[in-house]
Design a protein around this ligand. Structure first.
Ligand code: DSN
Length: 415
């Protein structure tokens, strides 16, 4: 993959783009929200549709010349309906956060009450953090995971819902290694007559492939991003029942966006087509197998995992019991030096600052895309454990870097 056309105009940017492909090829992308989309998805995203304004929806646009935009968007919608079994889909939100925003605009009034998982326990900024617009415009109460088990404390959530009487309960998380029990959250929502929004941003691909229970048909709204485990074009989407279709569509445009990013919607459509194949189901199953292998080996090496393991695409390591003087940032930085890119993360019962927390989060979606097996993931777990044990030992970092080089050579990207 070269960038010759960019290079002819702008060598500085061409250098950076080529260097980024090199970085992705030569390192292990273990940030749990990242993936490597196919060349077909990238081709669609860099198409002439970037030039087109198409405010409105297929068959009902404000501008002319939208016939091909209509074809693309309708295919993205139809494929998403098939993947997640939803009655209505809006594929225009520019991101997962904006998909959430569309739901708030459609279903809530400023000042309404939201009950969501705290960011420290695995929630997301757009679920009600005080620094986000959601925290500013709504009254937010947060539930937590049980500090000991690491699982969502569903009983406490139910009790908090009864005391707080929210208008909406949010489920679906960013740093949660276990299967979410949608029905239990729906029961809490039913008990207080609240709406339920399930944000499946991280697990879209696992849900589509049947590796995680689908909240469609349980929650009132299901939101997600389209570039994480589902591996399609970058952006967001909202899934809902017919009764909310008009409100959601109006919330997206004119409520909060203008022209949709039609080139990204083309990338969503292509990625969704790929996700409808049996190969994608095998991929999603392998993502979970690989995360389990990673989890088991990390535990064998003496590291403690939040919740004691994983059912999903990610593991969350709590460094405090095994390495009380090592922070997540120490490990993140040392691993990056050795070619493994993941992120420091807060853990339930966090005792440090979010900027230098006590945990690390590691995911297998991108490694699995490039063909990593469970055995490769055990090797990666050994690399991580070696660095956690000796983050400042240059000899260890050099050895891990060599192993990373062998793995990336064995599993090349974008050949
Ligand atoms: N930044 C994403 C993540 O890493 O979980 C969520 O938006």
């Amino acid at each position: 993959m070269d960038h010759d056309t960019v290079r002819a105009v702008d060598p500085d940017i061409a250098d950076a783009l080529e260097a980024e492909i090199g970085r992705q090829q030569d390192t292990l992308a273990m940030i749990a929200s990242e993936n490597h989309v196919s060349e077909a998805v990238m081709d669609a995203q860099s198409s002439a549709l970037t030039n087109k304004y198409a405010e409105g929806y297929p068959g009902k646009r404000y501008y002319g010349g939208c016939e091909h935009a209509d074809t693309v968007e309708q295919l993205a919608i139809d494929r998403a309906k098939e993947l997640w079994g939803a009655e209505h889909v809006n594929v225009q939100p520019h991101s997962g956060s904006q998909a959430n925003m569309a739901v708030y605009i459609a279903a809530l009034e400023p000042g309404d009450k939201i009950l969501s998982l705290s960011l420290t326990h695995g929630g997301h900024l757009s679920h009600g953090h005080h620094a986000n617009f959601v925290g500013e415009h709504f009254e937010v109460e947060q539930y937590e995971c049980d500090d000991d088990s690491g699982y969502v404390d569903y009983e406490a959530l139910h009790e908090t819902a009864e005391a707080f009487e929210p208008d909406m309960i949010i489920s679906g998380y960013s740093a949660y290694p276990r299967e979410v029990e949608w029905e239990r959250i729906q029961a809490a929502a039913d008990a207080v007559d609240a709406l339920h929004m399930a944000d499946i941003a991280h697990i879209t691909g696992l849900v589509a492939a049947g590796e995680h229970e689908n909240p469609v048909g349980i929650a009132d709204f299901v939101t997600g991003s389209t570039h994480k485990t589902i591996r399609a074009g970058r952006g967001g989407m909202v899934l809902c029942g017919e009764e909310w279709a008009d409100d959601i569509d109006k919330a997206v445009i004119p409520g909060m966006q203008g022209g949709p990013l039609m080139h990204n919607i083309a990338g969503k459509a292509v990625g969704f087509k790929e996700a409808l194949t049996p190969e994608f189901d095998e991929y999603a199953s392998q993502v979970v197998v690989n995360a389990e292998a990673l989890a088991e080996r990390l535990q064998e090496r003496g590291l403690e995992l939040v919740s004691g393991g994983t059912d999903t695409h990610l593991v969350l390591v709590d460094l405090r019991p095994s390495h009380p003087d090592t922070t997540g940032k120490d490990v993140e930085e040392a691993l990056e030096e050795a070619g493994i890119v993941l992120n420091a993360n807060t853990v339930p019962g966090e005792t440090r600052s979010p900027f230098n927390p006590s945990g690390i989060r590691a995911g297998t979606p991108a490694l699995t895309t490039r063909g990593f097996t469970a055995s490769d993931c055990q090797t990666v777990a050994d690399c991580i454990a070696d660095v956690v044990d000796s983050p400042e030992d240059e000899a260890v970092l050099a050895e891990v870097s060599e192993t990373v080089g062998e793995l990336t050579e064995k599993h090349p990207l974008y050949e």
